[in-house]
Design a protein around this ligand. Structure first.
Ligand SMILES: Nc1ncnc2c1ncn2[C@@H]1O[C@H](COP(=O)(O)OP(=O)(O)O)[C@@H](O)[C@H]1O
Ligand SMILES: [Mg+2]
Length: 439
């Protein structure tokens, strides 16, 4: 007997705002808005876009189609399952609609009534290949501004069944992002028949005032992140990347005294390997209970050329020094350098220093930038005074003026991006989890 699958909890519905109801019902025959082929809900984080899209997409596809295929896509398969499929199943449970969830990797899908909803992570080539054979009646793209453009084009291209519609939601990016330029400019809205709904956090009635204010405090007023994620505006990033830090460096620096008063629960190491023009950089970052504070405890920075043996010795010393004071289980290393990583692993084993050497995740730089900006705005990031390379690197980091509107961090061989990289690698594995907690 196969093990019976545990059923998800039922979704607890709270009242929907007028904007959410528009997103749920815009397609209903007879409404002016139903003449559109696309709906794009953009705007602030946590404003109720995803939930309203899920409900709208389910009711639309169920009422208008039988025996058809649909596309459900997220930035990654993991993000789709967490942000969309989980609440979707809770909603189906609450409604009492029968469904089958087939999780299998290559052909993951939901079967609801006679319709089939195929699941895709937009970040893989395989997903785009799998899309190619499909004839769909609709697509739902969650957080679409984070997708490669090719995936969006593909998904739209697959929708050919009469009455097809494409549903997208996203937080804003820069003003020249293709979603804005191809779908949201007034002439494009008209040409492509796009129904545009802009969301603010106040459009989510389930969000308490206290919660909303905590989210608003996640970014400093006037910063590009505040404008995008709180105000929901498509604005450019330029100038200093960590403006608030650069303006108030002293507020973020600590000494041993601070560490006597605050307990570091554990620490991780980030490693960026140097090349011909760049430096070797290690960052030791510690976390206090509940991730309330994220603290740069120590750094290693060497711009000289090192042979592999010297690098290994220096790394072993760094780990040993860290472990005298803190619990350190993992080091995240630049995955472009597999031979150097193996070298570190071997050196640690020989020196009887037990530490798990892992590949750095190396996710989008802009996610890491948003993360540090949020920590800085909340006063949750500290740096030990002696870590001068990291302090200077964060103080001076700027967006590349030559690549305006593309949110590119300047890396001209003169800026110290190595300290930024190693510091980011040290926190990347917990970045999504700790962004909003303790907020
Ligand atoms: N009408 C509602 N009833 C219950 N929970 C809601 C409702 N609207 C939004 N939420 C909850 O608010 C949170 C944020 O909504 P979500 O749709 O994920 O926002 P966004 O996609 O804009 O970031 C989620 O936990 C969601 O379940
Ligand atoms: Mg969402």
């Amino acid at each position: 007997m196969p093990k019976k699958q545990k059923r998800p909890a039922k979704f607890k519905f709270l009242p929907f705002s007028a904007q959410q109801r528009r997103l749920m019902h815009w397609w209903r025959p007879g409404l002016m808005s139903a003449n559109n082929d696309f709906v794009i809900a953009d705007g602030a984080i946590r404003s109720g876009k995803t939930i309203a899209c899920i409900i709208g997409f389910l009711t639309w596809s169920n009422e208008m189609f039988e025996g058809q295929s649909f596309i459900l896509a997220g930035k990654t398969m993991g993000a789709l399952k967490k942000n969309v499929i989980r609440p979707m199943m809770q909603i189906l449970e609450a409604w009492g609609w029968p469904y089958d969830y087939i999780r299998s990797g290559t052909d993951a899908r939901l079967e609801i009534g006679s319709n089939t909803y195929y699941l895709y992570g937009a970040n893989t080539e395989a997903a785009q290949d799998a899309l190619q054979g499909l004839t769909a009646a609709g697509a739902y793209l969650d957080e679409a501004a984070l997708f490669p453009r090719s995936f969006i084009d593909q998904a739209i291209g697959r929708c050919s069944v009469d009455g097809w519609k494409v549903w997208m939601n996203c937080n804003p990016e820069g003003p020249h992002h293709y979603i804005r330029e191809e779908f949201l400019l007034p002439e494009k809205q008209k040409e492509k028949r796009v129904y545009h709904l802009h969301f603010m956090m106040t459009d989510n009635l389930s969000l308490s005032k206290a919660r909303r204010e905590a989210y608003e405090r996640s970014w400093s007023h006037g910063s590009v992140f505040y404008k995008r994620f709180v105000m929901g505006l498509w604005v450019a990033a330029d100038g200093l990347i960590y403006q608030q830090f650069a303006d108030n460096v002293k507020d973020y620096l600590i000494t041993d005294k601070w560490l006597e008063e605050n307990e570091i629960i554990y620490a991780t190491i980030g490693v960026d390997f140097g090349g011909t023009k760049s430096a070797h950089s290690f960052t030791l970052t510690g976390f206090t209970r509940g991730y309330k504070q994220v603290v740069v405890l120590d750094e290693y920075y060497c711009k000289k050329r090192l042979n592999p043996k010297q690098l290994q010795d220096d790394f072993v010393d760094f780990v040993r020094r860290a472990r005298l004071k803190y619990k350190v289980y993992e080091a995240y290393c630049d995955s472009a350098e597999q031979t150097l990583i193996s070298g570190l692993e071997m050196a640690c084993a020989q020196a009887h220093v037990s530490i798990d050497i892992k590949n750095a995740i190396k996710g989008p730089i802009n996610d890491r930038i948003a993360f540090y900006n949020s920590l800085i705005a909340q006063g949750r990031w500290k740096v030990m005074k002696h870590c001068t390379h990291i302090i200077e690197a964060f103080e001076q980091a700027v967006y590349d003026e030559k690549k305006k509107n593309m949110d590119v961090r300047l890396d001209d061989g003169l800026m110290n991006v190595d300290s930024l990289d190693s510091t980011e690698y040290s926190t990347e594995s917990v970045q999504d989890d700790i962004l909003y907690i303790a907020a």
